[in-house]
Design a protein around this ligand. Structure first.
Ligand SMILES: Nc1ncnc2c1ncn2[C@@H]1O[C@H](COP(=O)(O)OP(=O)(O)O)[C@@H](O)[C@H]1O
Ligand SMILES: [Mg+2]
Length: 263
């Protein structure tokens, strides 16, 4: 199913200008606020080839740079996505870059500085220069999210254009959900968005451990379409997850669901 991205805060425009100016972009926002969809949509509209990597503690330099391989007695170099995107002038999407380890970031930093080049010490030692239209977009989650680290200032400075992507206003969220589900059940979906926003606000002030995203409100709409009751779906999609942090945490949310969706 191909979904049209709803550009509700004009992110496309600033992405365009940054692209034309050759400035790299950082998108900051909680999970499920549409960061990846925005970037995919932008690349598609501009017909730019997109190379993506999702960082974790297990991402190694070799994922970015490449690895030597031996086939039939000949050594060749299998280029990683950083090298590939630089050579081809593609768009490189560095998702959750603040999950990367320091050594990986250091190697990235080499390529991202103003010379836009990197020494391929893993192979022949040649200098790889990025094509003119090479474009890099990175995302980070706000620091309140567990497991995220602060991005070092020198890496931050490689991305001088910063887009904030938050949860959308209620009416916009409804419009986005409607792209995924039929027009029925509107009042229940509005109620679910309200619930999501209550939980998001509680999570923002650390009263709850988890903040539901657009993935959840979209899932709510989809399940309602399968003939389930809104209260039932609210538990499956919004409530039950809090059991991970124990019964007290779950009970807090359960009370809210009961008060909003009835007994
Ligand atoms: N503005 C939007 N228009 C259409 N779909 C959206 C929008 N924002 C979020 N979504 C949908 O919400 C879900 C989460 O979005 P995603 O881009 O994966 O978020 P993130 O990368 O920030 O975690 C996806 O199913 C996505 O298609
Ligand atoms: Mg994403």
């Amino acid at each position: 199913m191909e979904i049209q991205y709803l550009d509700w805060n004009n992110s496309n425009q600033i992405l365009n200008k940054a692209y034309e100016a050759g400035l790299f972009v950082l998108i900051i926002g909680p999970k499920g606020t549409g960061k990846t969809s925005l970037v995919r949509d932008f690349a598609e509209n501009k017909s730019i080839n997109l190379e993506s990597i999702n960082f974790s503690l297990r991402t190694r330099e070799s994922h970015l740079i490449g690895t030597k391989t031996l086939t039939d007695g000949t050594v060749s170099f299998d280029e990683g996505i950083l090298i590939k995107s630089m050579k081809e002038g593609n768009m490189l999407y560095l998702d959750e870059i603040n999950s990367a380890e320091a050594d990986v970031l250091l190697r990235l930093d080499e390529a991202l500085d103003d010379r836009r080049q990197i020494v391929l010490k893993e192979s022949t030692g040649e200098v790889i220069k990025a094509k003119e239209n090479w474009f890099v977009i990175a995302t980070i989650n706000p620091l309140t999210h567990s497991g995220t680290k602060e991005l070092p200032p020198q890496i931050l400075s490689r991305f001088p254009v910063r887009i904030r992507l938050e949860y959308p206003p209620e009416n916009i969220e409804l419009e986005i959900i409607k792209k995924y589900v039929t027009g029925e059940h509107e009042s229940e979906i509005i109620q679910a968005i309200k619930l999501a926003n209550i939980l998001r606000q509680a999570a923002a002030v650390e009263e709850l451990f988890y903040s539901p995203s657009l993935r959840e409100t979209i899932a709510f709409g989809k399940l309602l379409g399968k003939g389930m009751s809104s209260k039932e779906v609210a538990y499956f999609v919004f409530g039950n997850v809090y059991t991970q942090w124990g019964n007290i945490e779950y009970q807090k949310v359960s009370d809210i669901i009961t008060s909003m969706f009835g007994n």
